[in-house]
Design a protein around this ligand. Structure first.
Ligand SMILES: C[S@@+](CC[C@H](N)C(=O)[O-])C[C@H]1O[C@@H](n2cnc3c(N)ncnc32)[C@H](O)[C@@H]1O
Length: 260
């Protein structure tokens, strides 16, 4: 049976994808803007994964002179936590007070309060009513803290992911426009900003079953494309290449930031 992309291939594919997109840099710029006037910050990252966003974030905050007084990652993937744990224990991070909790956010419980609760492309994985998880995050904030929620935009680069997710999970994923409607009706104060980034899809021009091509394609679609019929796979490739801007190897990769 075909399933959504799962570890360890998920994390390997995520690494290829993150090298192809500049979305992380765009997001880090904005995140740094939110952290800059604090000087010292505690962070809870929901769905911290192998830290492909979180590790550059810690580096960037350090470069900005912002001390991360504590970092907590919550992710149900034991594989992801083990990988991130090793990286956080690397020389260079020894001063960091961190904890990784192998549980879904839905069942995570703590007395701690955080200056920032971060969701990076994770909201759509949470089971049940999304507003419950916004409420839970707001309850985990220290005075003056913020929830930062990065969410994918509908269509374009995310169209096939939307179809695959709906087919395999039985319901469509949440996109930024869904979250906006949900927050609008909730009475929760929030701001939102759509940011433009690009994703280099040159690897998709490789022939046949090139490993980097399959990993990029798998992450973009969230389906393990090693198991997908070659005609379906090449149809996916054609779709992404059709999104290229004239004379470029990159396609638009927008993301929306909600701040609460
Ligand atoms: C797209 S990845 C993002 C990883 C990381 N934040 C990054 O940007 O590199 C989504 C992560 O959410 C995690 N996840 C899935 N369901 C979750 C849940 N119920 N609670 C917390 N994390 C979850 C997955 O294991 C995965 O590591």
């Amino acid at each position: 049976m075909t399933t959504l992309l799962a570890d360890p291939y998920y994390s390997e594919s995520n690494a290829v994808f993150r090298r192809a997109t500049n979305q992380t840099e765009v997001m880090l710029d904005r995140l740094a803007d939110h952290a800059r006037d604090r000087g010292r910050i505690t962070i809870l990252s929901v769905g911290s994964g192998v830290g492909l966003f979180e590790l550059p974030m810690l580096t960037r905050l350090g470069e900005e002179g912002i001390t991360v007084a504590r970092f907590v990652g919550v992710d149900p993937s034991a594989h992801a936590n083990a990988v991130l744990g090793r990286k956080l224990a690397d020389p260079g991070n020894e001063a960091l007070d961190f904890e990784l909790v192998a549980t879904p956010f839905e069942t995570y419980d703590t007395e701690a309060r955080f200056d920032m609760v971060l969701f990076n492309h994770v909201f759509e994985y949470l089971a049940g009513d999304p507003l419950t998880w916004v409420g839970k995050s707001l309850g985990l904030l220290a005075d003056g803290g913020n929830v930062l929620l990065f969410s994918p935009n509908r269509g374009g680069i995310n169209q096939i992911y939307q179809d695959v997710f709906a087919e395999l999970v039985g319901a469509p994923p949440l996109f930024a426009d869904d979250i906006e409607v949900m927050l609008d009706g909730s009475g929760i104060a929030f701001s939102m900003e759509s940011m433009m980034a690009t994703c280099d899809v040159s690897a998709l021009q490789q022939l046949g079953e090139d490993p980097e091509k399959l990993m990029l394609l798998s992450f973009l679609t969230q389906r393990d494309c090693r198991d997908v019929a070659s005609e379906v796979r090449e149809h996916y490739v054609e779709y992404y290449l059709s999104l290229r801007q004239p004379g470029r190897n990159s396609i638009p990769h927008p993301v929306t930031l909600f701040v609460m």
